[in-house]
Design a protein around this ligand. Structure first.
Ligand SMILES: Nc1ncnc2c1ncn2[C@@H]1O[C@H](COP(=O)(O)OP(=O)(O)O)[C@@H](O)[C@H]1O
Ligand SMILES: [Mg+2]
Length: 292
């Protein structure tokens, strides 16, 4: 009846009565891939084994989450290793004599500084992520002024945007809109989106933030005239550490964590976020949040 060699063997072994049942993890491929923890036990009648009971626990989801965690730790370690190796290498070179080589010394120290900044950004993002996940950030949702949040974000990206001649405009906020949220969380949310819109833009491009309130919700679109996202990557960009172009993102000081932070913040506000994009034309990130 059961056309699975592993299960058949479990039944046979348990039925032989030599042992009192045992437990085993089995992988099934049909009808779909599942991991099962299977426990067998003999049914005894007058010292004879008259049957076998098998109990199946589906542990597919458990294993999947375990793998995600393992992968995350591996990714973090990898991301930390690169800048640390670079800092170590350049510091060693300086000590070994390059300190006295005026021309190179300054370049090397600049590289050390930029790698240290990357480490600091990575750690900051990781702390953000962990405090959101443990529920520390966003403990209380209070009325927050969208205008005040966006003003601070625009101030925060001003250096980057003006250096590349990218104009940022906000429309739809003639009357301030109040959302139910965590002030710092909302700041982080829009800083990440608008920073991306500037980073993955072309010099002289634009970023438009369009605010459109309705009765219960407010929709905020962050529109850019940038490089866009290839269709095959679009479903993955909210994943941790996922970057379309790793080298480009790194060079811009990216960690690949920004959008996963965005998604977490939006969800803990009871909102939604989605993206539409056309390669080489630009992207639109649409966030929807509950109003007060
Ligand atoms: N506005 C955008 N235009 C084009 N690509 C984007 C945009 N926003 C995000 N991306 C892509 O999604 C990736 C993930 O974004 P994010 O999580 O913020 O990481 P990063 O630290 O690289 O900015 C980026 O590396 C980039 O490839
Ligand atoms: Mg980013």
């Amino acid at each position: 009846v059961i056309r699975n060699a592993d299960i058949a063997e479990m039944i046979a072994r348990t039925q032989s009565g030599q042992e009192n049942g045992y437990s085993q993890e089995l992988e099934f491929l049909v009808p779909d891939q599942r991991m099962m923890q299977v426990q067998s036990a003999p049914i005894r009648q007058d010292d004879k084994v008259s049957g076998v009971v098998l109990v199946f626990h589906d542990i597919t989801e458990l294993r999947r989450l375990e793998n995600i965690r393992k992968e995350f730790v591996a990714n973090v370690s990898h991301e930390l290793r690169t800048p640390v190796a670079s800092i170590k290498g350049y510091a060693e070179t300086l000590i070994d004599g390059a300190l006295h080589d005026q021309d190179n010394a300054e370049d090397f120290v600049r590289i050390i500084l930029s790698d240290a900044q990357r480490l600091a950004k990575l750690i900051e993002d990781l702390l953000d992520l962990s405090s959101i996940e443990s529920g520390k950030l966003m403990r209380e949702l209070t009325p927050c002024s969208l205008r005040s949040v966006l003003d601070r974000v625009l101030e925060g990206v001003y250096m980057q945007s003006s250096a590349r001649n990218i104009a940022i405009t906000v429309t739809g906020l003639d009357h301030d809109v109040v959302v139910k949220g965590d002030d710092l969380g909302l700041f982080r949310l829009f800083l990440n989106l608008i920073e991306n819109a500037v980073k993955y833009n072309n010099d002289g491009g634009f970023v438009r933030v369009e605010v459109a309130p309705s009765e219960m919700m407010v929709e905020i679109k962050v529109i850019d005239s940038g490089i866009g996202i290839p269709p095959e990557d679009i479903s993955r960009i909210f994943e941790r550490f996922y970057r379309v172009d790793k080298a480009h993102s790194r060079q811009m000081g990216g960690t690949g964590l920004g959008l996963s932070i965005v998604k977490h913040i939006v969800q803990s506000h009871g909102g939604t976020v989605f993206v539409e994009s056309v390669l080489n034309q630009g992207s639109v990130f649409t966030v929807s949040l509950p109003r007060v």
